[in-house]
Design a protein around this ligand. Sequence first.
Ligand SMILES: [Zn+2]
Length: 678
Amino acid sequence: MKLSIRFFAAAVAVLAFNFTMEGRPKNADAPFWTEKPDTATFTKRQEDRLAKVRAAVERLTAVKGKRTVENTLAVYDEVLTYLDAASREAGLMQEVHPDKTYRAQAEKLSQEISAYATELSLNRAVYDALVAIDLTGADAETRFYVEKTLLAFRLAGVDKDEETRKKIKALQDELVLVGQEFARNIRDDKRKVTVENVAELEGLPQDYIDNHKPGPDGKIVLTTDYPDYIPVITYAKNEDLRKRMYMAYNNRAFPQNIAVLDRLAAKRYEVANLLGFKTWADYATADKMIKSAKNASDFITRIVDASKDRAAREYQELLDRKRKDVPDATAVNRWENAYYAEILRKEKYAFDSQKLRPYLTYDRVKQGVLDVSSKLFGVTFKRVENAPVWHPSVELWEMFENDKMIGRFYLDMHPREGKYNHAAEFTIHTGIAGKQIPEATLVCNLPGGTAGDPGLMEYDDVVTFFHEFGHLLHEMFAGHRKWIGVSGISTEWDFVEAPSQMLEEWTRDAKTLQSFARHYKTNEPVPAEMVAQMNRANDFGKGLAVRQQMAYARLSLSIYDREPSKVNTDVLVKQIYTDYSPFPYVEGTHMQTAFGHLDGYSAIYYTYMWSLVLAKDLFSNFDRADLLSPKISMRYRKAVLEQGGSKPAEKLVEDFLGRKTSFEAYQKWLNESSTGNE
Ligand SMILES: [Zn+2]
């Protein structure tokens, strides 16, 4: 998921207020893009919000006499509500608006809003006011909100002397600019690989060849966007083409982001020091489930050890298979991994992923995601026709429970020039019970969306869709707390990938897939046997994939857990890849320059695996034989998703499981080989 600007590094939850609040935008219930604002209107809208924020902060600090939940916390929640809307809207537009000038203006607004959020996080008067609230008689959720908020303020440095706070403020403002530069360089550096003639595309699916017609000079231009890149790296027989693609992909935003990344690490280190932490990694883990950089490091090592045998075995299988083509081969190269894994899946596990694709057209998968969510969570979805959207390919949907609309979301699912090129869920407005409904969007780069193209998806695309929709459902169900500060996805950050990764489990279930995956020509549902074969085949590579994830996690931690003068990211990548992965390191690649999470997640990429351990544990409570039954999923919705950030995440998991969390389900998953019916 995309964590847009977090107020205060530690993610202050946001607010809630009495909605007799003055200055509420008229039409507050309308979709945020209703007026299709031009840059001037959009800018004014966010600046008006900032003005309201400032006015509310003044009101809050001016209170005389006893501090109460009503006269202080409610006003603070109002502040957060305006800030949330402003920062999220600007954060989204800088990544998706089709017009470059608009994106640039949205970036500027993001800077202004972040600057204010940082100022607020260091505002001693606001902090003192919150400390002074009389919580006698307040409910547990309100108390937890205050506790969490005060911690966030302290982690932001509010209790430091004025001189220190000034320095922190200046550094945080600079960090916003550096982070934007990092993301912009990735977004704007779409690389192209030229193919001499169609013969070079041998092995690629026919629809891919049809969608990539040669130009007047007979040459075909491919890009590093996922729908171009993934099929080449998986299917192309031409090794040189795969290698060229791999090199282009792993040089995006190089060399410009090398220096940008160094600046990010250096400035964050300074911030951490000023805040009394030894390193940024110590700081970034302090308010997470994992609690410390040391624990994060131990966790990575534990997973690396747990996956050792499996990864070695799988690599040997790849090498053995390669030797049938290249008898004297001594290694499998990184651009050969997906290719030989695909061949093994076909030969050894009798699964051909290209035979599955005709069952996975974009439209059917989309309908499938919606229908499965309906069954599991008791809601229905309705598309809003002729809705105001920022690009004609974007759709607006509403989510209903009985007759009540409880969420609204956009689907921006296909690539285009200048658009965010990964997959993420973006919050637009965090929901608040009785005050504003949750609004969010998925931003993905999936096949389809052009007339005449059925949009045949890879299985992994289906997994991505379910994953991102898992975040979206979390956002929708969690967006009904009374305070914005504990509403929406506001749990500890290292929990947020659990609901999304758990929803991926449904893509391995034959009954679930058969409910939507039908052949686009014959309308036959996908055969159960094909799904079983796929599950067996997809088990192959699990150990190697876990190792790759741990390489990312270690890289993310290592950039931030030491003095920046000791960090050379090229050296680190090479070292970690060599330690954790059996594939030889490829000289001349610089994956770190396009690894956007090094800004967004900074030191804490481990959260994906940490969340996966929790997701496996949560999933162990479901009935695998009857995954579409709402019985357990509704209990999960109530115990976990709807709670938002109103309790510590560990407690949410325990409430659902009825016991302490455990590593067991994850370990079992890592060791087991699928029977094909999981
Ligand atoms: Zn995610």
